[in-house]
Ligand binder design. Structure first.
Ligand SMILES: [Zn+2]
Length: 65
């Protein structure tokens, strides 16, 4: 029971338990985490870009141009 009361969270990269003040458990995980975030952002931008292109294409088709 006592173990459950200890404040901790899990490393988003390797899921190891660690202190709540830290973002990741180690330097290595911090680097990997940064890379993951960057890749996720790129995927999101690509998704939004595709949506915009799709909307433009559909708009042109709708207008019959
Ligand atoms: Zn880690």
């Amino acid at each position: 029971m006592a173990e459950r009361l200890v404040q901790h969270k899990h490393c988003p990269v390797c899921k190891k338990a660690m202190s709540t003040e830290k973002e990741t458990c180690s330097e290595e995980c911090a680097l990997r985490h940064q890379k993951q975030v960057r890749e996720r952002k790129r995927t999101m931008y690509f998704f939004y870009f595709s949506m915009v292109v799709l909307v433009i294409v559909l708009a042109f088709q709708f207008l019959g141009i």
